[in-house]
Design a protein around this ligand. Structure first.
Ligand code: SAH
Length: 283
């Protein structure tokens, strides 16, 4: 693997900040991440943000098939050359935006569930996760690199400041495992913070299933969108379109203190609240 600095210079390219471009520059780290992903020769892998191919190449060496998505048109030819140079015939490169890409269709076309990997563009990591949760019925698991700040939010416990919308949505339907710490100096250009590799496994059986999952996710979003307010006021001021009296009523029925803030609620309390709200909407 040629170093990203040299490769980019050879093509007269500069990293784009708005695309969250921080390329892995240590081939042994890239290989380690590919190994930790647990890819087998049966797997169809989707890589988000292939960049210069640091993960693409080692991952494709074990996968049955690898679909690599990259939004930056400038990198496509370069990537094609890297793939050819490594004599890989099982890689399909797609110039696409992951936030618009239909993962379900890909799974249908390949006839099997997909393993997703990526050193995610940090500026859209949260949006990617929310999208992934929607598509989770066709996903085996995801192995992603996140900047520390987001990794902390994903794995936070109730009551702390990092606990938020993503924590609760993921806590509802996934099991998270930390696989590795990656230092900032292993990227080019060097980001401000270190990163973590997390494995996100989607649960076959949800412990406290909501009667209406879409409503649950709206309640979570509403509760956290003004997270400094009490639950009653946050819910009343949210997209849920309920007034303060109804919010109080719902919280009473769910046996939740309305003066608490969203960060104090456990996942099962969010589920109860959304189930109560569901009954209210239906009646
Ligand atoms: N996997 C490479 C690059 C990681 S940087 C490595 O580890 O070295 C993140 C990559 O995601 C960049 O190449 C960036 O261009 C790409 N990217 C950014 N936004 C994207 C989007 N919406 N859809 C697909 N790729 C995107």
């Amino acid at each position: 693997m040629t170093s990203p600095r040299i490769l980019l210079a050879a093509y007269n390219l500069h990293p784009k900040k708005q695309l969250g471009q921080h390329f892995l520059s240590d081939p042994s780290t890239a290989k380690m991440i590919a190994t930790l992903s647990g890819i087998t020769s049966e797997d169809v892998v989707l890589e988000i943000g292939a960049g210069l191919g640091a993960l693409t190449i080692p991952a494709a060496k074990t996968a049955r098939k690898l679909y690599a998505i990259e939004k930056d048109r400038r990198l496509i030819d370069l990537l094609k050359t890297e793939i050819l140079a490594n004599r890989l015939s099982n890689v399909e490169l797609m110039e696409e935006d992951i936030l618009k890409f239909d993962i379900k269709k890909l799974a249908e076309n390949t006839g099997q569930k997909i393993l997703i990997i990526g050193n995610l563009p940090y500026n859209i990591s949260s949006q990617i996760i929310i999208r992934l949760i929607k598509f989770r019925s066709v996903v085996i698991r995801a192995v992603f690199m996140f900047q520390k700040e987001l990794a902390r939010r994903i794995t936070a416990q109730p009551g702390c400041k990092d606990y938020g919308r993503l924590t609760v949505m993921l806590g509802y339907c996934t099991k998270i495992k930390k696989l590795a710490d990656i230092k900032a100096h292993q990227f080019f250009p060097k980001p401000k913070v270190d990163s973590e590799v997390l494995e996100i496994k989607f649960l076959e059986t949800i412990k406290y299933p909501a009667n209406d999952e879409a409503l649950l996710f709206r309640v979570i979003k509403g509760a956290f969108c003004q997270r400094r307010k009490t639950l009653k006021n946050a819910l009343a001021g949210s997209e849920l379109n309920i007034d303060a009296k109804t919010a109080q009523n719902m919280l009473d029925k769910a046996d939740i203190d309305s003066s608490l803030r969203a960060e104090a609620l456990t996942i099962s309390q969010f589920v109860t609240l959304s189930n109560v709200l569901k009954l209210h909407v239906a009646s």
